[in-house]
Design a protein around this ligand. Structure first.
Ligand code: GAP
Length: 515
């Protein structure tokens, strides 16, 4: 059986081969941790964004959307805390001149040196004991494994301590004590550990005009905070209300890996919900539940999501949790829900010297609202869907197929029109049906190759339905409708197609489930 790592490699290769994701500027050997979405990838991404936007903005009368600029006044980032505190601990190897994230070096040590030894012991024992091998018992009794597990716990504790105390000297000592060497040069010749700000900067205006340094936003949320009063006033919004936004964010991630999971340029879908002070806990719990339901409504199997409540909180938060998803490389953060208090608005009040208050007629009081935020990366959601949909199947006739079982409402194309052969009037009839269906559904058309090959191609890009037009269609106006997942085919009236498809692929069915 393929390891999770091998499966993940297959998924990334499939994403490229079928037009989902390409390395950015690949003809120049690419740019690390920057990706482009191809014809099928951008369609899937758009459908994910529609699902989020419609469930947040369209379905809630008290949530509105905005589209703020990527460039913002530089003081924004001073007020938000990003200039002073948006850092990663970095260390350089003096021989290879390569730069690493100190915490990742330690995490890699745990995986490559300690967990790898446990795996090796298990593999050896499996070989020795064959069928009778009881892995759970072996892991809980074998003394070598127990020692490695103890060591892992010890290193994790030390790592947590230096991270929490932001102890850069302690970080370096830990790397030296563990005798971690540079994967490139093999040497242990390290610099000190330094904090490195993750924001990209650029200059606005020409240099001779006196250019000033600005940042590419590292989160979309601040565009919402600085517009909070504009929206509240012009929209006549009454607390509690939300402002939603989808847009690009940029972070100079030093360790950029796992495909589109951690990128330097990515897209966020964020919503800030403004509430009365003292009511933030209630709304935090509310949004945790609503957001988990949104994920589950997609139809992933049980056990793919879990909450991870933060014990160590960011300077602005009084509660925070991640929704983690079971990616091929383990459970990792997909979305964050944060109770951000009144930190951001208060800080913007202080730096801008403008009042950002709300007069609450119900209690006859003016206050700076508290904020509960939901924040999810489009690209991570894309990866969650892609990796969960990727399926390799052995068929009864011994052949194999790769199928992306993307939930139908998110699939790039909902339906493919396939004339059985490219003559006898079948292409014309197929195009006539396409002409009607394309008003309501994303359709594709294909007449090249055998019908079997065309089905495989649609399976590989996740098209949930194929409509085959044959000679009988010309006689009785019926077609075969093939279901991607079951591969079942049924004969249906052309006039019924629109209704049948709509029942299966319309986003509104999922939105109804959620309301
Ligand atoms: N406004 C809050 C905020 O930005 P975050 O936990 O730093 O919080 C929110 O980011 C979400 O953005 C994450 O849960 C993740 O889905 C996505 N995200 C963050 N950094 C990312 C990166 N480098 N590449 C892709 N997605 C990222």
């Amino acid at each position: 059986m393929a390891t999770q790592e091998e499966v993940f490699k297959k998924i990334t290769a499939h994403a490229k081969e079928f037009g989902f994701v390409f390395q950015s500027s690949e003809i120049y050997d690419g740019l690390s941790a920057v990706y482009d979405y191809g014809q099928n990838g951008s369609a899937l991404k758009k459908n994910i964004k529609d699902y989020w936007w419609n469930s947040m903005v369209q379905m809630n009368e008290n949530i509105v959307g905005i589209d703020a600029s990527i460039f913002m006044h530089p003081t924004t980032w001073k007020a938000s805390g990003h200039v002073d505190a948006f850092n990663d601990p970095l260390i350089d190897n003096k021989d290879s001149k390569k730069r690493y994230r100190a915490d990742v070096l330690v995490e890699d040590y745990i995986v490559n040196k300690l967990e790898a030894k446990i795996d090796k012991e298990i593999k050896k024992a499996k070989k020795r004991f064959g069928e009778d091998f009881d892995e759970i018992q072996f892991k809980s009794t074998n003394s070598r494994i127990l020692n490695y597990q103890e060591k892992i716990r010890e290193v994790e504790l030390q790592l947590k301590k230096v991270q929490e105390n932001e102890d850069m000297e302690g970080f370096k000592n830990l790397i030296e004590d563990l005798e971690i060497s540079c994967p490139i040069s093999g040497s242990k010749n390290w610099t000190d550990v330094r904090q490195f700000n993750l924001m990209f900067s650029t200059e606005i205006g020409s240099v001779s005009d006196g250019a000033s340094k600005i940042f590419l936003r590292p989160e979309t949320a601040q565009g919402i905070f600085v517009n909070y009063l504009n929206v509240q006033k012009t929209g006549g919004m009454k607390i509690p209300f939300g402002i939603a936004q989808i847009g690009k964010a940029f972070r100079n991630e030093i360790v950029a890996r796992q495909f589109v999971f951690r990128m330097r340029e990515f897209e966020q879908m964020e919503m800030q919900f403004f509430v009365r002070p003292g009511e933030q806990e209630k709304w935090y719990e509310y949004w945790k539940e609503v957001r988990m339901k949104w994920h589950l409504a997609i139809g992933f199997p049980e056990g793919h999501h879990k909450f991870h409540n933060h014990l160590k909180l960011a300077h602005y938060a009084d509660a925070a949790a991640d929704i983690e998803f079971k990616f091929p490389f383990g459970f990792k953060e997909l979305e964050g829900i944060h109770s951000r208090t009144d930190f951001d608005l208060k800080s913007h009040e202080e730096y801008s010297k403008k009042k950002l208050r709300y007069f609450d007629p119900e209690i006859n009081e003016s206050y700076v609202p508290y904020v509960v935020e939901t924040s999810i990366g489009v690209d991570r959601m894309f990866l969650a869907i892609l990796s969960n949909s990727f399926t390799e199947e052995k068929l009864e006739d011994g052949s194999e197929r790769v199928v992306l079982k993307i939930p139908a409402f998110l699939a790039p194309y909902k339906v493919a029109l396939l004339p059985l052969i490219g003559k006898d009037g079948l292409p014309e009839k197929a195009k006539e049906i396409l002409k009607e269906l394309k008003f309501d559904f994303d359709c594709t058309y294909d007449e090249k190759n055998t019908i079997g090959k065309r089905y495989r191609k649609q399976d590989a890009i996740g098209t949930p339905f194929c409509i085959t037009i044959d000679h009988q269609t010309l006689e009785d106006n019926t077609v075969t409708l093939r279901d991607r997942d079951s591969m079942n085919q049924e004969r249906v009236e052309v006039n019924d197609l629109s209704r049948l498809l709509s029942d299966q692929v319309a986003l509104k069915n999922i939105l109804k489930k959620l309301s």
